[in-house]
Write a protein that binds this ligand. Structure first.
Ligand SMILES: *Cc1c(COP(=O)(O)O)cnc(C)c1O
Length: 376
C-alpha cells in the first residue's frame, strides 16, 4: 500500500528529545524553542517568529491581535481548512467568503474589493499548496482600505513570492508544523510578525496574559498579569522534534522538490493532451513542493480515479469541501459574489501521495496508475 502521507523523520529526533528530557526543562520557550524561533527569523527574514501549539492557534493569535469587534468582517476563501475560519469566528468576526482562481486555487484578488464593506477589517490569503497568492494586489487593496492582512501560510513554509518568504508579507503569517505538512513536530505551528508594534502584545497573549517574556529579558523585575491571554506555546519535546527537521530543512526541501519534479516531468506533458489538469506555478512564485494534485473532469471522474488507484494499493485523496456550504460556514459566514470556481474546482482536485521518504519506485507505480486510468 502506498499511503498518501508518511510524516517526516530525519533521524536526529530521538537524540534531541533525549536532550530536552535530560535538561529537566520541557515546558515552553526553552533552548529548542529559541533555536527554532531564531532559525525562522534568520531563514525567512522575519522580524519575529514564535512557535505555537498549532497552525490553528497561530491563526487564533493573529485574529486576536487584529482586535476585532463583534460584527467586524473578514474576507477569506471558502476553499480552505476550517482553522482559517475558526480563528476569526472565535474572535467574534463574520466571515465573508470570496471565490478562488481556478489556476492556483487561491483567493481571486480581483474579487476582493467588491466584498469590502465599512465593517471589513482583515483579508486572509491562504497560500494553497505552498503557492503564493497575488500579494502585490492584496497588499495594495489592504493599504487602500486600511485592512490587516493575515497570511495562512500553513502549507507555505520555505515558499516565497518575488524573493520574500510566505508568512512575512502580511501583518501576520501563520505556519503549520502538523505531521501532514513538510516539516513536523506532531502538532505545532508558528506566528510570524512583520512590524515591531504588535510583538510585545503577541508575547503576552501567548504567555497567559503575563509579561513573562519581558521579565526573562530583564526588562521588568517581576512578572505579572497584564492583558488577556492564553497558552499558545508548545512543550520543548515538540520543539526538539521540530529542530531535527529545521536543521535539515534544505535537504528535506531538496528531496521533496525532487519527488514533485518526478511527477511533474511525466504528468505535465500528458496534461497537455487535455485529459486532466496539473498544478499551475506562477512565475513570481517559488513553491515548496507541498502537494502534487491532478484535476479530473468532474466529481464523478474523480471518484472513479480514487477507487481505481485504491484497487492498485495507492491512496489518493481529495481535499477541502468548501466551507461556505458546510453547516458552520452557513452559520458564521456568507459567500460574496458568484461561486464560479470554488465548488467546481474543489470537486475536480485529487492529491497524489507525496512525502519526504517516498521512493522513485513507488512514484513510478503512481504514474503507471495515472496513465492507465486516463488511457495515456
Ligand atoms: C494545516 C492547515 C491549517 C492548520 O494547521 P494545524 O497545525 O493543523 O492546526 C490551517 N490552514 C491551512 C491552509 C492548513 O493547511
Amino acid at each position: 500500500m502506498i499511503g498518501f502521507n508518511v510524516p517526516p523523520c530525519t533521524g536526529r529526533e530521538m537524540e534531541y528529545l533525549r536532550q530536552a528530557v535530560e535538561s529537566h526543562h520541557i515546558c515552553g520557550d526553552g533552548a529548542f524553542t529559541k533555536r527554532c524561533n531564531a532559525w525562522m527569523e534568520e531563514r525567512f527574514h522575519a522580524r519575529r517568529a514564535l512557535l505555537t501549539t498549532s497552525g490553528t492557534t497561530a491563526l487564533d493569535m493573529a485574529a486576536l491581535l487584529c482586535d476585532l469587534a463583534p460584527g467586524d468582517e473578514v474576507i477569506l476563501p471558502s476553499y480552505t481548512f476550517s482553522s482559517t475560519a475558526t480563528a476569526f469566528v472565535l474572535a467574534g468576526a463574520k466571515l465573508v467568503f470570496t471565490d478562488i482562481r481556478p489556476d492556483t486555487m487561491n483567493l481571486d484578488e480581483e474579487k476582493i474589493e467588491d466584498a469590502i464593506t465599512d465593517r471589513t477589517r482583515v483579508i486572509v490569503p491562504v497560500h494553497y499548496a505552498g503557492v503564493a497568492c497575488r500579494m502585490d494586489v492584496i497588499l495594495a487593496i489592504a493599504a487602500r482600505h486600511g485592512l490587516r492582512v493575515v497570511e495562512d501560510a500553513a502549507q507555505g513554509v520555505m515558499s516565497s513570492w518575488r524573493g520574500k518568504a510566505l508568512g512575512t508579507l502580511g501583518d501576520f503569517g501563520c505556519f503549520s508544523f502538523h505531521e501532514t505538512k513538510n516539516f513536523s513536530m506532531g502538532e505545532g505551528g508558528a506566528l510570524l510578525i512583520r512590524e515591531e508594534e504588535p510583538i510585545e502584545r503577541a508575547e503576552i497573549l501567548r504567555e497567559k496574559g503575563t509579561n513573562r517574556s519581558r521579565f526573562f529579558r530583564g526588562q521588568v523585575d517581576k512578572y505579572t498579569w497584564v492583558d488577556k491571554g492564553d497558552s499558545f506555546l508548545p512543550s520543548e519535546l515538540n520543539a526538539a522534534y521540530l529542530w531535527a527537521q529545521l536543521e535539515q530543512a534544505e535537504e528535506m526541501y531538496g528531496r521533496r522538490m525532487a519527488a514533485w519534479d518526478r511527477y511533474d516531468r511525466v504528468l505535465r506533458p500528458l496534461a497537455a493532451e487535455g485529459r486532466f489538469g496539473v498544478p499551475v506555478i506562477p512565475e513570481d512564485c517559488i513553491h515548496n513542493a507541498h502537494m502534487y494534485y491532478l484535476k479530473c473532469r468532474d466529481l464523478a471522474e474523480r471518484t472513479e480515479f480514487i477507487a481505481f488507484m485504491k484497487a492498485r494499493g495507492i491512496q489518493c485523496v481529495f481535499h477541502y469541501v468548501p466551507l461556505h456550504s458546510s453547516p458552520a460556514g452557513l452559520r458564521f459566514g456568507r459567500f460574496h459574489g458568484e461561486d464560479e470556481y470554488t465548488t467546481r474546482e474543489s470537486e475536480r482536485l485529487v492529491r497524489l501521495p507525496l512525502y519526504d521518504s517516498i521512493t522513485p519506485a513507488d512514484q513510478e507505480r503512481v504514474l503507471e496508475g495515472v496513465k492507465e486510468f486516463f488511457h495515456l
